[in-house]
Each structure stands twice: as C-alpha cells, then as structure tokens.
Design a protein around this ligand. Structure first.
Ligand code: ADP
Length: 165
C-alpha cells in the first residue's frame, strides 16, 4: 500500500522553510499532498488561488508531490485522500505547544492518523511567512528566504500597495 501523507498549512505565502519540509517529506512518503488550508480563523494576506498557484509553481514539479487545497476538518480531508500521515514542521519551542495540542486532537478524532514532525533545517529556524511579508512590505531584501516566483510576486504586490497609498 502506498504511503500517503498530507502537509497542510496556510502557506501565505510559501517560504524556503516550507519548501525544505516538502522536499524532505517527499523522500519519506510515496505521495505527499501539500494542502493549502482555508482556515476561517485566520485572515490570510493572499487568496487561496494565489497561494495555490505559487505553491504549484515552486513545488508542483517535485517527484511524488501533489498540490491541493481544502477547508473543513483536516482529519476528514486526510481520510478522503487515503492518507494516514500528516506532516508538520517544527521551528522553535514556541511552535511545540500548539502543534502538540492539535496533534493530540487529530489523534482523538481519528486514531488511525499519524502526525509526524520534521524539525526545521538550521538555516530556516527563524523563517515565517509573516516575517517575510513584513520585510518585503518595508522594502527589505528577501533573497534566500522565498523561492524566486514568490519573491517576484511579493515585490509586485507591495509595489502596488505602495502606489495605492
Ligand atoms: P499554519 O497556519 O497551518 O501554521 P503555516 O503556513 O504557517 O501554516 O505553516 C505550515 C507548516 O509549516 C507548520 O507546520 C509550520 O510549523 C511549518 N513551518 C513554517 N515555517 C517553517 C520553517 N521555517 N521551517 C520548518 N517548518 C516551518
């Protein structure tokens, strides 16, 4: 039976930290579904279409990786996709408490699910989508933090925002 995993996230937008987790998880599983999540409790900067399109551009060609999106309950989505594994990334201790609580909840809702954590690579331990957006919005350099298509997209977006003001 194929080992299928879901890597869910807001990816608002995808960073090199996310991409690193995607590549490493793709070596572990036969199929990795990167699922852009429409979280009603979060107010993303970019639309679902924009986030999925960027993810498709930067990770769509990685062997064994498929890009999708979903809303609703992650454990139900995983069952629909025949995935028994959920992948999450861990940066610092600050990620741990929320992730731990969520993982236990998913396990309670669906005991067949395994939630697996990949530790961030050292060079991405400080990296988050919100920090990248903050730097880009202030005109700072985001080289090496996001893949090139995301960089171009962000530069265009914040240039437009500036012109609006
Ligand atoms: P969410 O809203 O689900 O937290 P994110 O897009 O912020 O969505 O993150 C998706 C997943 O990727 C989470 O498990 C998060 O911990 C992980 N992640 C985010 N940034 C990094 C990074 N720099 N290194 C490793 N994992 C990361």
């Amino acid at each position: 039976m194929d080992k299928i995993a879901v890597y869910p996230g807001s990816f608002d937008p995808v960073t090199n930290g996310h991409l690193d987790i995607i590549k490493r998880a793709s070596y572990i599983f036969d199929e990795l579904i990167v699922a852009v999540f429409n979280n009603p409790n979060k107010n993303p900067t970019f639309s679902m279409e924009e986030r999925v399109e960027l993810m498709q551009k930067v990770a769509g060609d990685i062997p064994g990786v498929r890009i999708d999106y979903f809303s609703g309950l992650l454990n139900e989505y995983a069952v629909q996709k025949n995935a028994r594994n959920i992948v999450r990334g861990l940066r610092a201790l600050s990620d741990f408490e929320k992730e731990f609580q969520q993982a236990l909840m998913y396990k309670k809702l669906n005991p067949d699910l395994e939630i697996m954590f990949l530790m961030t690579s050292q060079e991405y331990g400080f990296l988050s989508s919100s920090l990248v957006k903050e730097i880009a919005s202030l005109g700072g350099c985001i080289d090496g933090l996001v893949p090139d298509p995301v960089k171009e997209f962000l530069l265009k977006y914040y240039k437009k925002q500036k012109q609006k003001k």
